[in-house]
Design a protein around this ligand. Sequence first.
Ligand code: HEC
Length: 286
Amino acid sequence: MKRVVAALIATGTLLLYAQTAAHSPLLHATRQAATDLEVGGAIPGVAAGTGQFISYAELLRLPQVTYTVSDDSNFPTPVRISGVTLDQLRRSLGSDADLVVAICEDKYRANYPASYLAAHHPVLVLTVNGKSQEDWPTTHDGGSLGPYVISHASFTPSFKVASHKDEAQIPFQVVRLDFRSESQVFGAIAPHGSFAPGSPVMDGYRIAQQNCYRCHNMGEEGGHMASLPWLVLAALAKGNPEFFANYVRNPQALSRQNKMPGNPGYDEKTIAALRAYFATFAGGDK
Ligand code: HEC
């Protein structure tokens, strides 16, 4: 009897496994709760351009990691986080994507290329000090961090381009993850023309991928938080280079209302690289 049950369980597991490969049982076609995570992109069973949903409870059933985090500005005091790594989630969904894009409530987007996933193992946080979303600490201005926030065990920059240092991508109010292709998403902002690796244009490209692309868009790609697309920045970089430089370094010096975070540490070489890169998109010199 025992053996029959074991065989049945084994068969059931196999069937479930086969089903996972075809269409992940994690996914639901419609949102059931505010804490459902929407996912899209290269996931078996999810049609292009659409999204499906995973519940908080289902995310908790995936393999979890737990860390004490003390270098994340979303958590001013050390906290114990647990959750699922973005790479684990990608594998659980059966996706072979090499870029994960986290999309926030305000249309900010954090991009996690394969190199970042390998260097930093970002975690989709599910509990903070053992608690679910309603008991999480708030953002610096009293908003909620949830439904999802992304963090790391600890963060050590893995590259430096001019004076831009690899920066922790720690979005909050994350509502959706897209599993994409790096060549498609970063390809959309490849400079116009051909430039050698290490040239100012290519340095600017690398910096813009990690920094500007979170809030500024190129068509459908990139963040739509700023509602100021790439070609507007390009026109400014070329036509009004001084304003461009001042804005990138310290937007609040131009107007206290400006929401864009400044980059006061960017030296001349860094600003020149960004200007050279953006200028490749400005009319006339493709
Ligand atoms: C966190 C979001 C965010 C990031 C990252 C960001 N920006 Fe912005 N940017 C904004 C917002 C929002 C505005 C609109 C004005 C404001 O509130 O500051 C803006 C405005 C600007 C403007 C002024 C445009 C105008 O018409 O006046 C320039 C130039 C600019 N950004 C360039 C950049 C560059 C270059 C980068 C990367 C080095 C960058 N931004 C990164 C959010 C961002």
